[in-house]
Design a binder for this molecule. Structure first.
Ligand SMILES: [Zn+2]
Length: 64
């Protein structure tokens, strides 16, 4: 089970928990909230792949 650190009490909290079991602080939402990091990573990987593909295509067209 994936654990993350509570921003308020620094206790370990399950990533699936909506609030910290130690201090009751609701977990951060938005870009760092549920699925936010995964979405950002996927978007970054996708952008990287598209960029590399364009670079290879450009190199192929220039070398011909
Ligand atoms: Zn806490």
């Amino acid at each position: 089970m994936a654990l993350t650190k509570c921003n308020t009490c620094k206790g370990m909290v399950s990533k699936k928990a909506t609030a910290c079991p130690h201090c009751g602080e609701p977990r951060a939402r938005g870009i760092l909230g549920r699925g936010g990091i995964e979405r950002a990573v996927h978007l970054g990987v996708l952008s990287l792949l598209v960029g590399i593909s364009l670079l290879i295509l450009f190199a192929y067209l220039v070398s011909d």
